[in-house]
Design a protein around this ligand. Structure first.
Ligand code: AMP
Length: 541
């Protein structure tokens, strides 16, 4: 029985690790709860207690594993509310600095701890003002942090905790001198944490030099037995995720599907969105009462719902045989969780399909999972943007017709009556639609991937790469790297213009975010490579 299994599982979970078991401050726990996290991810379970003890930590983790909260939670827990900079996080890019600051701000929601991101490209005056307000945690890129130290607008003499996030990338970008200069500004009895996806010698040297008896933490080891299930992934952008999911669901013959989300909030939001689009969906997560869960499960078994949306925890004890599809709406945080999730389908000798939606930033994590489970996850064609756009247009048309049919529009007519004299009614309606659709979904600046004018042909994006013929690189090497690292087939790659010291590569617009995330800082044939959007011809370097 499902209920019994679930209770047994729950006992097991309690004895494993929970956020409560870390002895965190009530305010921090409440914030974690609000973020919708049900249980610590493996890297968090391993890191948080060690960091809370005050030890140095070296963590091996990719983006998507929950590494930010793995250091963010103990950071917020351990700093005092005194208005002095007590912790500093160094990140390779401004995007990451903004992202980390966002996550830390959420963790600090109920504690009077201020954090501020500082990075190049933003007005330094604005940052100086923010720093003057008395912040406890600074998150920044090495160059800009050093700049503030030199100007005397940032003092690190009270810093107790330092985090080097994505250390391998920072070193690849040539930040070693800056990082060392910053570390020298901090007290020597500080606690240092270093996170990195890979450990080349430079990273090891840095750790050896600046860390004291660090504890090494790696997740993703442990043997995993992977069931024989067909596995595919779809490459999607954050902003099209819901539409892409709907298209995928529409194109599959799903009798019974489970859709996995990372957080409880993710489950609630997705269920609501699916119901609004007419799917038979319901959700399962740890905040539901037993009665609510039983009701959802009854509906599921009676085929009254076709899509069950769940968190890992809620689905753990689930015992149903007829699941035809498992869909990972978010990439799972580690291979074990991936294997657990996909094991929900293809049971009792039936065929099953595991589908994973992957955004550009998560692609490396999925590749790592693929390597660890030693099975191929086939990349399927991204649902075309035109198809998705057409679907959205259809949805709007039918919504508008519904609203007109419902009536009750008199008060709104009154607002518009003055405008009609001066503007075309179609323009007015179009403007309203634009307003309405820009409020749809939760776009963030960093997932837009607007590369601007790169001087590419229509439908393509042109990238500048800082290596050329003198690095003994051939166009084939680039095509191979793009295929292997970004999962983008050769026919999506357009012109490749190689020069002595640099190269221009065109790729199809839809694949561009994946190529950018996979190769912006990387190595091809052992050579360090930096890839960025090209400038249009007129302003070319
Ligand atoms: P990161 O690896 O830090 O980039 O985190 C990836 C995503 O996972 C972020 O959206 C986090 O908010 C989310 N996340 C982190 N920890 C957890 C957790 N314990 N449960 C659910 N989601 C999490």
């Amino acid at each position: 029985m499902w209920e019994e299994t679930r209770q047994a599982e729950e006992r097991k979970v309690e004895s494993m690790s929970s956020f409560e078991s870390f002895g965190l401050n009530r305010r921090v726990l409440q914030a974690i709860h609000d973020m919708g996290f049900e249980e610590p991810s493996p890297i968090q379970a391993a890191c948080i207690p060690v960091v809370l003890e005050g030890r140095d930590v070296i963590g091996q983790a990719q983006t998507g594993t929950g590494k930010t909260a793995a250091f963010g939670i103990p950071l917020v827990e351990r700093v005092s509310t005194e208005p002095r900079v007590q912790a500093i996080v160094l990140t390779p890019t401004r995007e990451l600095a903004i992202q980390v600051a966002g996550e830390i701000r959420k963790i600090a929601k109920y504690k009077r701890v201020r954090s501020v991101p500082i990075y190049g490209g933003q007005s330094i005056v604005h940052q100086i003002r923010a720093l003057k307000q008395g912040v406890q945690i600074v998150i920044g890129t090495p160059g800009r942090v050093l700049d503030h130290i030199h100007r005397g607008t940032l003092s690190l003499s009270d810093v107790r905790m330092v985090v080097l996030d994505e250390a391998d990338e920072m070193l690849d970008m040539g930040f070693i001198d800056d990082i060392e200069a910053i570390l020298r500004e901090t007290p020597s009895d500080r606690q240092t944490m270093l996170f990195s996806a890979t450990f080349p010698n430079e990273v090891k040297r840095l750790a050896l030099r600046y860390m004291r008896d660090p504890q090494h933490i790696t997740v993703n080891r442990g043997e995993v037995t992977v069931p024989q299930i067909d596995q595919v992934c779809y490459k999607v952008l954050e902003r099209n995720k819901l539409d892409s999911l709907c298209r995928i669901v529409d194109s599959e013959d799903i009798q019974l599907g489970i859709i996995f989300c990372r957080t409880k909030r993710g489950v609630d939001d997705l269920v609501e969105a699916l119901l609004a689009r007419g799917y038979l969906a319901d959700g399962l997560h740890g905040d539901l009462s037993q009665a609510q869960r039983d009701r959802v499960m009854r509906k599921f078994r009676k085929n009254e719902i076709e899509l069950l949306v769940a968190t890992d925890v809620a689905a753990r004890g689930l015992d149903v045989d007829d699941v035809t599809h498992v869909i990972n709406y978010d990439v799972p945080q580690d291979p074990e969780s991936y294997v657990h999730r996909i094991g929900r389908t293809g049971r009792a000798g039936k065929r099953g399909l595991a589908i994973t939606l992957v955004t550009p930033r998560e692609y490396k994590l999925l590749k790592q999972i693929e390597r660890e489970i030693k099975q191929k996850i086939t990349v399927r064609e991204v649902p075309s943007l035109e198809d998705v756009a057409e679907r959205q247009a259809e949805m709007w048309r039918s919504k508008i017709v519904d609203v007109i049919r419902e009536g009750g529009l008199a008060p709104y007519r009154a607002i518009l009556s003055g405008l009609v004299d001066e503007h075309d009614p179609i323009d007015i309606a179009s403007a309203l639609l634009k307003l309405a659709s820009s409020g749809d979904g939760n776009r963030t600046e960093s997932d837009e991937y607007d590369f601007g004018d790169t001087g590419a042909r229509p439908g393509m994006v042109r990238f500048f790469v800082n290596v050329g013929r003198t690095s003994r690189m051939s166009p084939q090497d680039f095509v191979r790297a793009i295929s292997e690292e970004a999962g983008v087939p050769g026919d999506a790659v357009g012109r490749i213009d190689m020069f002595e010291k640099f190269t221009f590569i065109e790729v199809e617009e839809e694949s561009a975010p994946f190529v950018y995330e996979a190769l912006r800082q990387s190595r091809i044939n052992g050579t360090r490579v930096n890839l960025e959007p090209a400038k249009p011809r007129s302003s070319r370097r």
